[in-house]
Design a binder for this molecule. Structure first.
Ligand code: ATP
Ligand code: MG
Length: 432
């Protein structure tokens, strides 16, 4: 037996009649008389294996015949060109070993979404899910590379916290010994504290939000990439976002064209995702929506429907800036030019996929922060440490949070965000 190689490797170096060994799982199988056609997959690809009486020991042929799909196997054989085979080549087995026999697989071709979710631990073996996970890894890797090149330091904020960044409604509360604590909704405040030692920081952690509404873009646990930058204003913050998002998409395009294509995403659709992205003010967007007949006015938040209406025909992401103060978080900096609004930007993905980033310049005036907390009836005590950041050498600074699964959903053209994470958590599901 030759040393096992990945299927991709074997296909890439396939020369007719060459022997190779592969390891993987049976993806499809059928037998007719003395011949078995099995498609074997591994993490790199699929190949058709034929096991024919006379080419391999009878015991191996018997094993191949009785092996159900998802059995794990090691197969040795010669490679031949075969136009009818899924990858253009087939392996003619001289040895076929079943390593772990599979019980009848609970997932067959047409299954309800619920059954697939109940069997998520098995469904993640599917080619689509595998492709999504690879694209996601390349997206995150693209981000990390860009962040390193741009002098950001990765930091590790806490997940257990007593601060509510995004408001009380979506907090997961837990008993922390004899006190109450929450699962983090955002690392932002801790990142703000860290810029005083490190200037430019980021973290990639799970964020938790008790989202009760069922939408195609909310999870209760998602991966949150957050940045905070000293000496950067709202406009510099947007430049960082467009650089970062472009690098994430570019890395996925460089490494995962095949996977994107398998998912139904034409990689060329994403070629135009390069700085600068479109910039529009909230007021301007409200004007457009009104003209299109939407029932909105200054002061309304933009939901999925409105975001889709504005970006459905776009090819590149779009910043929407200057939202009204009342609908944004207390820490966003008031705009001097239009004090009804704050110096913020949401970044919307093109093609109607909606918000992928929320960001802003941060308020540095401690009195303004206290006033806004008071107006919102938020007790100051829990935020004393945060207010201290303004009392000890405050600097202008900005930051933002990006939902990794939101980006994956857009890049992979997924209908639902749950397919952008292997084990999705939603209001209806924490199993498996
Ligand atoms: P939305 O209006 O879509 O609920 P948000 O305004 O609550 O978003 P932020 O608090 O600004 O979002 O969070 C920063 C980013 O985190 C968002 O732009 C989005 O990409 C991501 N995000 C927020 N909530 C979720 C969620 N429940 N599931 C997945 N990603 C999320
Ligand atoms: Mg929200």
């Amino acid at each position: 037996m030759s040393a096992p190689k990945s299927i991709k490797h074997v296909l890439a170096s396939a020369r007719t009649g060459e022997e190779a060994t592969i390891r993987g799982w049976i993806y499809r199988t059928r037998s007719s008389g003395a011949i078995v056609f099995a498609v074997v997959r591994d993490s790199s690809g699929i190949i058709q294996v034929t096991a024919k009486k006379g080419n391999l020991p009878d015991a191996d042929l018997g094993a191949a015949k009785s092996a159900a799909i998802e059995s794990s196997v090691i197969v040795t054989g010669k490679i031949f060109e075969d136009k009818r085979a899924p990858s253009g080549y087939e392996m003619r087995a001289s040895s076929f070993q079943v390593i772990g026999a599979a019980s009848p697989f609970p997932i067959t071709e047409y299954q309800s979404e619920e059954l697939l979710l109940d069997n998520r631990h098995l469904w993640i073996r599917s080619r689509e899910q595998t492709a999504v996970m690879k694209v996601k890894a390349s997206i995150m890797d693209g981000a990390r590379q860009w962040l390193k090149q741009n002098d950001f330091v990765e930091v590790t904020p806490p997940i257990l916290t007593q601060n509510a960044c995004e408001g009380g409604v979506t907090l997961f509360k837990l008993k922390y010994f004899d006190r109450e604590a929450f699962l983090s909704q955002s690392a932002q405040m801790y990142l703000e504290a860290l810029i005083f030692s490190l200037d430019r920081v980021y973290s990639l952690t799970p964020s938790f939000r008790a989202e009760k509404s069922r939408t195609t873009r909310h999870l209760t646990e998602y991966w949150h990439l957050e940045l905070e930058e000293a000496w950067v204003d709202n406009s510099g913050n947007m430049e960082i976002q467009e650089g970062l998002v472009s690098a994430m998409v570019e890395n996925a395009l460089r490494e995962r064209r095949e996977e994107l294509t398998l998912l139904g995403r034409d990689p060329d659709d994403l070629k135009e995702v390069r700085p600068p992205f479109t910039r529009r003010s909230y007021s301007d967007v409200i004007g457009e929506l009104k003209a299109k007949g939407h029932d909105v006015e200054f002061g309304c938040d933009l939901g999925a429907v409105e975001e889709r209406a504005v970006t459905a025909d776009e090819k590149v992401p779009m910043f929407v800036t200057n939202f009204p103060k009342e609908i944004k978080a207390f820490y966003m900096k008031e705009d001097e030019v239009d004090p009804r609004t704050v110096k913020c930007a949401d970044l919307l993905a093109p093609e109607g996929y909606g918000e992928i980033i929320g960001g802003s310049e941060r308020e540095t005036d401690v009195n303004k922060l206290i006033e806004r907390l008071n107006n919102l009836n938020i007790p100051i005590e829990a935020y004393e440490w945060y207010l201290d950041l303004r009392r000890f050498g405050s600097v202008p600074h900005s930051g933002f949070g990006l939902g990794i699964e939101r980006v994956v959903r857009w890049v992979c053209k997924l209908e639902h965000i749950r397919d952008a994470i292997p084990f999705p958590r939603t209001v209806a599901r924490v199993y498996p």
